[in-house]
Design a protein around this ligand. Structure first.
Ligand SMILES: NC(=O)C1=CN([C@@H]2O[C@H](COP(=O)(O)OP(=O)(O)OC[C@H]3O[C@@H](n4cnc5c(N)ncnc54)[C@H](OP(=O)(O)O)[C@@H]3O)[C@@H](O)[C@H]2O)C=CC1
Ligand SMILES: CCCCCCCCCCCCCCCC(=O)[C@@H](N)CO
Length: 325
C-alpha cells in the first residue's frame, strides 16, 4: 500500500522535476546581474513620462544618466527636477531620433553607454481609414526607425566598453506590441517591429555580453497618455481597459529591475505577466522558473487569450450595432 502511494507520488512529482531540470540545463542566455551604479545610462525620451521616471530612478541608484529628446525646454526642466530630488546632474541632448546624424553626434558627445534605453515613442490611435499615411509614417519613423538610429549610434561604443560588466539595450514596447488592438494599426506595427528587431539583435550582441530587454507597459499615466486620450477611439479605450493602468514610477521600477536581471521580456502588471506567457513564442528566457511557467501555462493561457478575443469581438459587434441604430 505504502509502496503504491509512493509510486503515485513519484509519478506526480517526477515529471515536473525532470522538466525543471531540463529547463535549468537548456535556458539561454544564462541569467546575469547588470549593475547600474556608477554606469552610464542613456535614455531616449527621458524628458517626460516613463522615460523621466526611469531617469529619476537610475540617478537615485547612482548611475550617470543622459537623456535625449527634441524639446530643449522640457529637457532642462527634467534636468532641474532630477537635480533637486537626487542631487545628480544628468546630461541632456536635444535631438530628434529620426535624424541619424544628430543622434550620432549626441551619442558620441555623451560617451560610451552601458545601459541604453530606447524609450522615445509617439502614439496617435485612430482607425486606419481615418488615419493619414503621414501619421502612420510618423509612428513608424519615431518608434521603429528612431530606435534603429539610436542603437546604430550606440553599438560600437557599447561593445568597446572595458569595465568587464555586462551591458544592456532595452526597448520600451507596449502591451499593444504583444497584441494588435483596434485603433493601433500603425502603433502596434511599430512596437511589433521592435520585437523582431530585439530578438535578432540579442543574437548579434550576446557575444559582447550585452543583454536585450523588451518592456511591455499597459496604459500608463503620462503627459503622452493625457494627450492620447483626447482623441482615442472609444473601442480602443474599451479594449485597452482589459489591462489595469499604471503610474509612470511603477513602470519605471519594473523596467529597471527587469533590465538589471537581464530579462528579455519584462511585463509590468498582472495582465502583462499573462500576456508574456501567452506570447512567449521563440523569445529567449534566462529564467528556468519562468520557462517552466511558460511551458506548463501555454495551453491554459491560449484558452484565456481566446476568451479575451471573444470579449473584444463582442464589444466591437455591440459598438457597430449601436452605430446602426
Ligand atoms: N503612456 C502609456 O500609456 C504607454 C506608453 N508606452 C511607451 O512608453 C514610451 C514613453 O511613453 P510616455 O512616457 O507615455 O510618453 P511621453 O509623451 O510622456 O514622452 C515621450 C518622450 O519621448 C520624446 N520624444 C518623442 N518623439 C521624439 C523624437 N522624435 N525624438 C526624440 N525624442 C522624442 C519626448 O520628448 P520631445 O517631445 O521633446 O521629443 C518625451 O521625452 C513610448 O515608447 C510609448 O510608446 C507604452 C505603453 C503605454
Ligand atoms: C492571455 C491573457 C491576456 C491578458 C490580458 C490582455 C490585455 C491586453 C490589453 C492591452 C492594452 C494595450 C495598452 C496599450 C497602451 C499604449 O501603448 C498606449 N497608451 C500608447 O502609449
Amino acid at each position: 500500500m505504502a509502496d503504491s502511494n509512493l509510486g503515485y507520488l513519484s509519478l506526480l512529482v517526477l515529471p515536473p522535476l525532470v522538466l525543471l531540470l531540463l529547463l535549468y540545463a537548456i535556458v539561454k542566455p544564462r541569467p546575469v546581474r547588470i549593475p547600474i551604479k556608477n554606469r552610464h545610462v542613456f535614455i531616449t525620451g527621458g524628458s517626460s513620462g516613463i522615460g523621466l521616471a526611469l531617469a529619476h530612478q537610475a540617478a537615485r541608484e547612482g548611475a550617470r544618466v543622459s537623456i535625449l529628446a527634441r524639446d530643449k525646454r522640457k529637457l532642462e526642466e527634467a534636468k532641474e527636477t532630477i537635480l533637486l530630488s537626487t542631487g545628480i546632474d544628468v546630461a541632456v541632448f536635444a535631438a530628434d531620433v529620426r535624424d541619424a546624424d544628430a543622434v550620432r553626434k549626441a551619442v558620441d558627445e555623451a560617451g560610451a553607454i552601458d545601459v541604453l534605453v530606447c524609450n522615445q515613442g509617439v502614439f496617435v490611435p485612430r482607425e486606419l481609414e481615418k488615419q493619414e499615411l503621414d501619421e502612420v509614417r510618423f509612428m513608424l519613423d519615431v518608434n521603429l526607425m528612431g530606435s534603429f538610429n539610436v542603437v546604430k549610434a550606440a553599438l560600437s561604443g557599447m561593445k568597446n566598453r572595458t569595465d568587464g560588466f555586462p551591458a544592456a539595450i532595452a526597448f520600451m514596447s507596449s502591451q499593444a506590441g504583444q497584441v494588435g488592438i483596434y485603433g493601433y494599426a500603425a502603433y502596434s506595427a511599430s512596437k511589433f517591429g521592435i520585437r523582431g528587431f530585439a530578438e535578432a539583435l540579442q543574437h548579434e550582441v550576446i557575444g559582447d555580453n550585452i543583454r536585450v530587454s523588451l518592456i511591455f507597459p499597459p496604459d500608463t499615466e503620462t503627459p503622452g497618455l493625457e494627450q492620447e486620450n483626447k482623441t482615442k477611439p472609444q473601442l480602443t479605450s474599451i479594449i485597452a481597459g482589459s489591462s489595469g493602468a499604471m503610474k509612470a514610477d511603477e513602470v519605471a521600477k519594473k523596467a529597471l529591475s527587469g533590465i538589471k536581471t537581464g530579462n528579455f521580456i519584462v511585463p509590468c502588471n498582472f495582465e502583462g505577466r499573462l500576456l508574456a506567457i501567452a506570447t512567449a513564442g521563440l523569445s529567449p528566457q534566462p529564467s528556468f522558473l519562468m520557462a517552466f511557467v511558460e511551458v506548463v501555462g501555454a495551453s491554459l493561457l491560449r484558452i484565456a487569450a481566446l476568451c479575451f478575443q471573444w470579449n473584444w469581438y463582442g464589444c466591437i459587434e455591440k459598438w457597430h450595432a449601436q452605430k446602426k441604430q
